[in-house]
Design a protein around this ligand. Sequence first.
Ligand code: A2P
Length: 270
Amino acid sequence: MTVTAVAPVKKVNPNAPSEETVLSVDHYTDRLFKFRLTRPQSFRFRSGEFIMIGLPKENGKPLLRAYSVASPNWDDTLEFYSIKVPDGPLTSRLQKIVPGDKVLLGKKPVGTLVHDALTPGKRLYCFSTGTGFAPFASVIRDPETYDKFDEVIVTHTCRDVAELQYSQEIVESFLNDPDIGELAQGKLRLYATCTREAFERKGRTTDLIESGKLFSDLGVPKLNRDTDRAMICGSIDFTKDMKALMESHGLKEGSNSEPADFVIERAFVG
Ligand code: A2P
């Protein structure tokens, strides 16, 4: 009798993250940076969704954290905007990546900051603090946003002026984009405020909504369920307070399965 040796079948996990190449890294402050990765052809997402990003762990399982995709879904590459958490298990290492390095990219984008989770309206607000702007960098560059809304107002509030640079860059470069910027011209506005440094606009979004200053500055009526829809992303306290504020204005929270007037995702920290 002859015995044929059979090589053990290696199990391939179809949901295992893919290894992508770092294309660029830009540091904004000692707390914030952005990076760009190759995008696998099979990677599809809806603008505003998040995905698991990570690095192989030296020994054992890889370390992954949720990141909103900041690039629009028509982009050939993927951009992410990240905080650097001192001693954060992932970001303390991720902030050191350089072009050519490998980063793990999950396979299943998910999230609620998507058009599918909102009912139709006239005006879309994207309210953000800190790295909570990231999903909106994607949403406000999606042509679908301008098909669905007559007006798009994205707010970004940070502690320091330097932390507002990324949103300013994204909005300005999109409005001036010779191929696609026309879509957003006359429709998209950025309302940036700072809370801990001198700046042309100061204050927390919640206070500016309650006092009505945000609306008078923008020359728009106060929040109204008939016309306004909102996406909210930021710190835990911010999202909690904004939810209460939206509800006090009569807006109802939506989800992918039950679209309504506003949706929330907290900014992820790793
Ligand atoms: P503040 O400076 O008054 O705390 P962080 O960097 O801590 O995530 O904060 C980002 C921005 O979000 C800061 O400008 C901060 O204001 C603001 N913020 C924090 N918590 C709230 C909240 N509950 N409501 C409104 N804004 C908030």
